[in-house]
Design a protein. Sequence first.
Length: 140
Amino acid sequence: MKKLLTFITVFTFLSFSQDKTECDEQTIPYYTYGVNSRIQGEGPTLRNVFKDIQDSKTNIKPTNGFITLRLSISKTGKFCEIETFQIDEKYQNTEFNNGELKKELERIAVGLTNWKRDEDYKTFNLIRLKIKNGKIEEIF
């Protein structure tokens, strides 16, 4: 019994003493509590960052659909993680260009800096790309 009590005490102490990084904090959705984050320059900045890939990719398969990049941004504006969702025109999961387009877009998105904060909370931003007729038609 004494060993069990010692184990529980040590385990409890160790579990509470672990350091958490700012990326380990709970994510607050940007649309609640007035929490907002955005890239400096907002829409025009995003369109400029993705312009090269938008101009160069003209034969995307499947030819129609949407890609959503969900970027988790810490309370200090630091990039934490990214999730990517790809759907076709019938809202079914898909992979554009066999997943290669996703990789390229993620590389660009991870390099984004200068995130501005309204409140000091970890939140996420969505970057959406509309694919139409094999091209990136819109970035919003």
